[in-house]
Structure formats: structure tokens, C-alpha cells
Design a protein around this ligand. Structure first.
Ligand code: ADP
Ligand code: MG
Length: 227
């Protein structure tokens, strides 16, 4: 059976004005990501990895072209609908964890679920499960400042998938970690993706991690190409 296309970019352009010149980051970029697939996005700094992830995550609009999430053309949706898709179907992980400092690990993971309308009890149960799954159940009641970098990123990943999204976008999620911790965090992320069947696009500079993913793409001449 053909796997479902979770993310599709079609002829996407994105440019930034810089004084009199225009910086063309993406130009006619096409890309497809399927359910159950982990793809590495490997490209030098400044080539447009974050731009691409923000477009895919509906945090920005392309200047031309279309972004489809689960078959839905998101460019022509209202802001409310885009927000609903972002909250329900997309999880985002950043290089810096962006956890809320005054809340515990468990509460940080509960937050998107509470916003999504789940009861406190249900949200707490799922958050605890995810923490166990990421092998940090024993850190549930700690605030982010009391966690190591690797633990913080595992909480951030758990939070990103708390609402069972279809698509996980991660922007250099292990960029701040030493190689051993990065590998350990990636193990947890990979297990989660394999078990849940979600689709993941992960920007990384780490070629060893990229080698462990299903496919590798880069940005070249404004296009997304496999390598
Ligand atoms: P990467 O994540 O691969 O390092 P980015 O997507 O952050 O690259 O940026 C790609 C290019 O676009 C960079 O040259 C950056 O300076 C430029 N850029 C990104 N965002 C903006 C913006 N809001 N305004 C102007 N230029 C931007
Ligand atoms: Mg970036």
C-alpha cells in the first residue's frame, strides 16, 4: 500500500528583500514526506533550513507555490484553520527547548493537550506515558532548569508529539548536545516516530545522525534535492 503523503511542497518560492537586492532562498521547491518516514535536511548554515521548516509548519507563507498538509492546501485557508492544523497535526522542536521555565516537565507536555481540550487527567496520563517512553519518567516533576540538555530536548520532543500530530518538524534538535547525548536523544525520537507512524523532517548538521534516517535532502539552487 502506498504511504500517505503527510507534507507536500509544490513550486514553493521564498525570498527576502535585503536593501535593493532580493535574496532567493527557495525557488520552485518541491518536496514530499510520507507517513512513517524520517528525513534528514542537511545543508550549510544560511541556506534556508529554518525557512523551509517554518513554511512546512505553517508559521510563514510562501511567496509562491503551495504547502499541503495531509492533502489539504493550506495556503488558501484562514488563519484560524492554519492555527488548528498547526496545533492538531504538526509538532515543532527547536534547537533550544523553549520549554516554559515555571512549569514542570509533565506540565509542559500537558499544555498543548489542555489547549486541545483534553481533561487534566487525560493530559497528565498521556504526558506521563510520553516521559516514560522517552525514558525520563523519573524527571516528571522537575522544572526545565533542573534538567540536563538531553533531558530538556526529550521533554521538548514529548511536548511536540503530545497531541499525536501527523508531522514532526525539528530544527537542529540535537545541535546543542554533545555527540553521545545527541545520539541518545535521536534514539528516543526515532523510536517514537517508528511506533507512532508520524512523518518527521529533521534539520541537522550531524552527518552520523543523518545517515540513520530514511532519506537525506539538501537545499541547492533554491530546490530541495536528495543526496
Ligand atoms: P538556515 O536555517 O539554513 O541557517 P535560514 O532559513 O534561517 O537558514 O535563513 C536562510 C537565509 O535567509 C539567510 O541568509 C537568512 O539571513 C535569511 N533570512 C531568514 N529569515 C529572514 C528574514 N526574516 N528577513 C531577511 N532575511 C532572512
Ligand atoms: Mg536554521
Amino acid at each position: 500500500m502506498a504511504r500517505k503523503t503527510v507534507l507536500k511542497l509544490k513550486g514553493v518560492d521564498r525570498q527576502y528583500g535585503q536593501g535593493d537586492t532580493v535574496l532567493s532562498i527557495l525557488k520552485g521547491a518541491d518536496f514530499e514526506l510520507h507517513a512513517g518516514e524520517i528525513v534528514a535536511l542537511v545543508a550549510p548554515s544560511g541556506t534556508g533550513k529554518s525557512t523551509l521548516l517554518h513554511l512546512a509548519g505553517l508559521l510563514e507563507h510562501p511567496d509562491a507555490g503551495e504547502v499541503f498538509i495531509n492533502g489539504e492546501d493550506c495556503g488558501h485557508q484562514t488563519d484560524d484553520r492554519r492555527t488548528a492544523i498547526r496545533r492538531g497535526d504538526i509538532g515543532f522542536v527547536y534547537q533550544f527547548h523553549h520549554l516554559l521555565p515555571e512549569f514542570t516537565a509533565l506540565e509542559n507536555i500537558m499544555m498543548p493537550q489542555l489547549i486541545g481540550g483534553l481533561s487534566k487527567k487525560e493530559a497528565a496520563e498521556r504526558a506521563a506515558q510520553l516521559l516514560d517512553y522517552m525514558r525520563i519518567g523519573h524527571r516528571a516533576s522537575h522544572r526545565p532548569a533542573e534538567l540536563s540538555g538531553g533531558e530538556q530536548q526529550r521533554v521538548a520532543i514529548a511536548r511536540a508529539v503530545a497531541n499525536a500530530p501527523l508531522l514532526l518538524l525539528a530544527d537542529e534538535p540535537t545541535g546543542n548536545l554533545d555527540p553521545e547525548t545527541a545520539s541518545y536523544v535521536f534514539d528516543a525520537l526515532e523510536a517514537l516516530v517508528r511506533q507512532s507512524g508520524l512523518a518527521a523532517l529533521i534539520a541537522t548538521h550531524n552527518h552520523q545522525l543523518a545517515e540513520r534516517m530514511d532519506r537525506r535532502v539538501t537545499i541547492e539552487g533554491g530546490k530541495i534535492v536528495e543526496f
